[in-house]
Each structure stands twice: as C-alpha cells, then as structure tokens.
Design a protein around this ligand. Structure first.
Ligand code: SF4
Length: 408
C-alpha cells in the first residue's frame, strides 16, 4: 500500500484529478521536451466532459503558454483503463510529432501510464482493513503507530506540513469574501457562518464554527487556491474542518492532531488501494464518501475510541454515502460539492459519537463497504460519474435553457 504522502497531496484546486494531476503531467512532459515548438493535448472522457468547469484548460495553458498549446476535447471517447485519459503530443515547427504519451489521471492527483504502471510506493505490507485491524488488535497498537512503523518517523514532519496547509486554507477562507470564479454566481459563505455564528447560542455557534471551517477550505479549493487532497480536492473540506473543530473543542495538542491525520489516512489509503477515490470512476461516494469515512475515523480517534470502534466509524460513514452520484453543475467544483463537504462533517461527527456508545462490533466490515462502493460505481450510469451530464447538472442546464427561451 502506498505512502500517505500520495494521499495527502498539497497543491492548487479546484480538482485533484482535473487540475492538479494534468498540471503535473504537463510540467513533466514540457521538461522532457524542451525543444518542441508546439504541443497538442487531447482530453478524453470525464477530463473532457468537465475539464472546462474544473479549469483543466487553464492549468494546461499556464504550463505551456496559450500560443504553444492546442487542446482537443473528446468527451465521447472514454478510455478503457480509466475515464480520465489525456494524450500529450510534442510537435516540431512543421507540425511533425516528436513524441507522444497517453497518461491517465486516476484520482486524488495520482497519474498512471496504464495498467502496468504503478506510481504507488510499496510502503505498507498490509493492504486491507481486516488484516490491519487484526494486526492492531493482536499487537495492541494504534493506527498512528502502524503508520509510523511503516513510514518512519519522518512522516510526522510531512503531516505537520499537511496540517499547516489545511489550517492556512481555513484562515484564508474565513477571511475572504466575494463570488467564487466560474460564472455560477456562488458567493463564499464561510465568513458569514464564522462571524454570525459568534452571535448565537452555544449549540448553534458550535455548528456554525464547524461549518465555517469546512466551507472555508472547500471555497478556497473552488477558487483554485492551495489545499490538501483528503482524499481529493473536491472533498478537501471535511478532514480539516473536523480536525480544527475537535482540536479546539477538546483542547488537544498538535501531536494528537497529527496522529488523528495519520489515523484518517490509513482509511483513505485502504480505499485508494482496493477501491477508488475517483469521482469519474465511482461517483461522489469515492470522494465525499471517503472523506466522511476519514473524518469519522479522525473524530473517533480524538474521542479516544478503540481500533475496532474507529474502523466501525469509518465503515458506517462510508456505508451511508453509498450510491452518492457526481453531478457537478456546469462542471464546476461548487454545486453540490461545497455544501456536500459541510453536510458530511455532520455525518462524520455523528457516527463517531454513535460508535463511542458501542463496543465496536458490527456486521459489515470496512473492506466489504469498499467493495460494495466499487461495484455500485461500476453499475452507475456514466452521467453520474463526473461528466456533468446527469442529476443536478442536467436539471440546472434544463432550467437555464427554459429561462432563456422564455426571455427570448
Ligand atoms: S460532486 Fe463530489 S465527486 Fe463530483 S466533483 Fe463534486 S465533490 Fe467531486
């Protein structure tokens, strides 16, 4: 199983699969072909369907320059290996091909050259939650000890950086007002929740603060600012929102916050290894569903739950996000994405509290839910897998068309 460094990636939003990964692939390709006169990139499948809304073109033009790059959009061609395919070609001055590369953006900022290519580092010998849990129960260790044992003590420096970037994005988000770019007219709400929440009774104030932290990160992401994938950009508000909220509420040290991040990371990593965190592959259950599972594990750890209870919390959170579709309006990572982050932190906290009343025994394992999530994703029509052609996206487009017709 891969390192947590590849789960928690620091970069710019709004999308780990449609912005972060294509930008990184483009930078590498440009470095390898410094003498090319021009570049041509064909975007396939979901990368082409929602690439405009997710600012894929903006990221690519920033790397190559507007005058040197041609982008071809082919949403109707869905590559067999992964729906986020991209063919990059380097051309000479006469337009002859120097070299080409087919590359796939497989979710959470990861890239792959195809089935034979594995970016994943083999850091963890145990790769599913059943084996990990058995090991922890037998050894008496915690999830964070399992992480340290396999990643080495250097992982804490990396997780500290992750936490700092997460908290910086919260601070910026709480203090930035205005409309999020993209044309939908969605205004930032984090400052409202943060400031007005302070005027309310303690219960309302508490909910408003949690919501404000989560919205702050998601709104920063939607505005293309620096965030951490947890496990993706679209779902990046859940983990930091809960982390800061509980660290403050329970007055926990930074050391505990880092251990909580490590605990959450194990669950995100297991899904990445055995399932998918790509909305284009399995819908939003793989993004917000997994973020909710990570957030629930994080919260249960902070409540000092046992390893079994923590696994139960993550399982329960993911189970109740099964079937969640990806249908971003106008292909932007705004509606339903931003609100969905805020909604899911409530679920994560609730299930962490729920499992704390139990002894951690339950019927369906985390591994089973991951397997169900994958099969549900396979059975889901493509319109619900980050193509921006079904669900809310379709309904919004229809309503807009109708309004335009009435105005004419
Ligand atoms: S709906 Fe979910 S999966 Fe789709 S772009 Fe938004 S956050 Fe990502």
């Amino acid at each position: 199983m891969d390192t947590l460094r590849h789960l928690y990636r620091i970069g710019h939003g709004p999308s780990s699969s449609h912005t972060m990964a294509p930008r990184s692939a483009a930078e590498t390709f440009l470095k390898e072909n410094p003498d090319a006169a021009r570049f041509e990139i064909t975007l396939y499948g979901s990368l082409a369907s929602t690439g405009k809304g997710h600012f894929t073109d903006v990221a690519l033009f920033e790397v190559f320059g507007k005058d040197r790059l041609t982008i071809l959009w082919r949403p109707e061609i869905v590559p067999e290996y992964h729906p986020n395919g991209m063919l990059m070609r380097a051309l000479d001055a006469e337009g002859n091909e120097i070299t080409q590369r087919m590359i796939y953006s497989t979710g959470g900022g990861a890239l792959s050259l195809g089935p034979e290519d594995q970016e994943a580092a083999d850091v963890y010998p145990l790769t599913n939650m059943t084996d990990i849990l058995n090991y922890l129960v037998e050894s008496g260790k915690s999830y964070w000890e399992f992480v340290e044992e396999n990643e080495g003590p250097e992982i804490w420096d990396y997780l500290r950086e992750v936490k700092d970037v997460m908290y910086d994005s919260i601070e910026r988000g709480l203090n930035t007002e205005g409309v999020i770019p993209g044309g939908l007219g969605v205004s930032r709400k984090a400052p409202v929740f943060y400031r007005r929440g302070k005027l309310m009774n303690p219960t309302m104030a508490s909910v408003a603060r949690l919501t404000a932290y989560t919205l702050a990160v998601s709104e920063e992401n939607a505005s293309g600012k620096e965030v951490v994938t947890a496990p993706t950009c679209g779902s990046c508000g859940v983990v930091p929102g809960i982390l800061r909220y509980l660290q403050e509420n329970l007055q926990l040290s930074d050391e505990i916050a880092l251990k909580a991040l490590a605990t959450a990371g194990v669950f995100g990593n297991v899904v990445k290894e055995n399932g998918s965190i790509s909305g284009a592959e399995v819908g939003c259950q793989g993004e917000i569903g997994v973020a909710a599972a990570m957030g629930a594990a994080l919260a249960a750890y902070m409540y000092f739950c046992s390893v079994r209870q923590i696994e139960y919390a993550a399982e329960m959170a993911l189970e109740h996000h099964l079937g969640l579709t990806c249908d971003p309006v106008n292909g932007l990572v705004q509606v339903p994405c931003i609100e969905r982050n805020a909604f899911s932190v409530g679920t994560s906290l609730y299930v962490a509290e729920y499992v704390s009343f139990t002894d951690g025994s339950h019927m369906i394992s985390f591994d089973q839910v991951v397997d169900v999530m994958v099969h549900t994703g396979i059975d889901m029509p493509a319109m619900y897998r980050e193509t921006g052609t079904g669900g809310l996206a379709k309904s919004y487009a229809r309503a807009k068309k109708k309004k335009k017709k009435e105005q004419n």
